[in-house]
Ligand binder design. Structure first.
Ligand code: UT7
Length: 325
């Protein structure tokens, strides 16, 4: 049996130059390094100065296309996951398409699935490749969360960061067995009964402004552990593997306590769980591709490794992907 498999052939990321430390935040709100470090694991986060979300998406995309050894002309689909687009409409993806110089007519759109956005976008692009509609896709998570954070609210402003990550997917061939490379399984979930637990205080229709992030932290925390574990376990099983086969788990980076808990529930040693929340904070849809690209560049994650992405965010939404590199 021959199957089409979407292989990850390029990766890229971008972080704004400006870094905010916990001590910097202690000058703005009533907080301290000890609380932020022990409750969240975050030490520093990057925040935009003059960059827009599309600028970060562009830089991450250029790097990913370069690593793939392709040119923008080869890209047949662009999907951007973001909750912080430059404009309410049109999409970041169309702006990016024009700036990258992809062929006119190449489909490009944004999706909104909050912190699960990258996994949602990856799943859509993978499905189009496996259907034979396209051969090459660019998938990006890009966020300027510092623009929707209330900088007077210590409950939220210490948690988030800005950045972008991107991957290039290309159709390859598999046999449907353990020799296959590429995206082996994906699974998406949502439960809208949790709509109010993590949301912005405004929006186009309700308040005519973007609003600020507000969160019932404890509720999200509990749900995150269960849903991130479920998504990872499900895709590993769908791919025909067990948790013991996982080389790297890249969970959404929101809180080190959530990340460690999920790793333990999956029976993984801490060394197999990728952590970037310490220097990125929570970058929502950018968190997984950012962590992935950084660790591909450093050589920690290698070709041949079995990598599992697992994400959870506002909605609630959650989902996972199992990938053999
Ligand atoms: O991206 C989607 C996924 N998002 C998440 O997964 C986030 C999930 N939630 C969390 O990570 C945690 O719930 C938080 C990090 C947001 C909060 O941690 P917590 O252990 O649940 O703390 P808490 O909200 O229960 O607050 C404990 C105390 C409170 O004081 P009192 O009421 O006990 O006197 C807060 O006012 O800590 C206080 N507090 C702070 N203190 C110093 C809250 N934020 C801060 C702060 N600095 N920045």
């Amino acid at each position: 049996m021959t199957l089409i498999r979407s292989e990850i052939i390029g990766w890229g990321h971008y972080l704004p130059e400006k870094v905010l430390t916990n001590d910097d935040l202690a000058k703005i709100v009533d907080t301290n390094d000890e609380w932020i470090s022990t409750r969240t694991g975050i030490k520093t986060r990057h925040v935009v100065a003059n960059e827009l979300t599309s600028d970060m998406a562009y830089a991450a995309s250029k790097m990913a296309i370069d690593r793939a050894g392709l040119t923008a002309e080869d890209i047949e689909l662009i999907v951007v996951a973001s909750v912080t687009p430059d404009n309410t409409t049109p999409s970041v993806a169309t702006k990016l398409a024009n700036r990258l110089g992809v062929k006119v007519g190449t489909p490009a759109y944004d999706i909104l699935a909050a912190c699960s956005g990258f996994v949602y976008a990856l799943t859509q692009a993978d499905n189009m490749i496996r259907l034979g509609q396209i051969k090459t896709a660019l998938v990006i998570g890009a966020e300027s969360l510092s623009k929707i954070v209330d900088w007077t609210d210590r409950n939220t402003c210490v948690l988030f960061g800005d950045g972008a990550g991107a991957v290039v997917l290309r159709a390859g061939e598999g046999k449907g067995d353990k020799s296959d490379k590429g995206i082996l399984a994906t699974k998406l979930y949502a439960d809208g009964s949790h709509y109010d637990h993590l949301k912005t205080s405004g929006g186009v229709c309700s308040t005519q402004n973007a609003g600020f992030v507000s969160m019932d932290g404890k509720e999200v925390f509990k749900y995150a552990i269960g849903s991130l574990t479920q998504a990872a376990e499900t895709v590993v099983e769908m791919a025909g593997y067990t948790n013991a086969d996982i080389d790297w788990l890249i969970p959404h980076q929101a809180n080190i306590r959530i990340i460690s808990n999920v790793g333990e529930k999956l029976g993984l040693p801490a060394e197999k769980v990728i952590v970037s929340v310490d220097h990125h904070g929570n970058t929502s849809a950018a968190s997984i591709p950012l962590a992935f690209s950084e660790n591909m560049e450093s050589g920690k994650i290698k070709k041949g490794d079995l990598v599992v992405f697992s994400a959870m965010g506002a909605g609630f939404t959650w989902g996972g992907a199992a990938v053999r590199l």
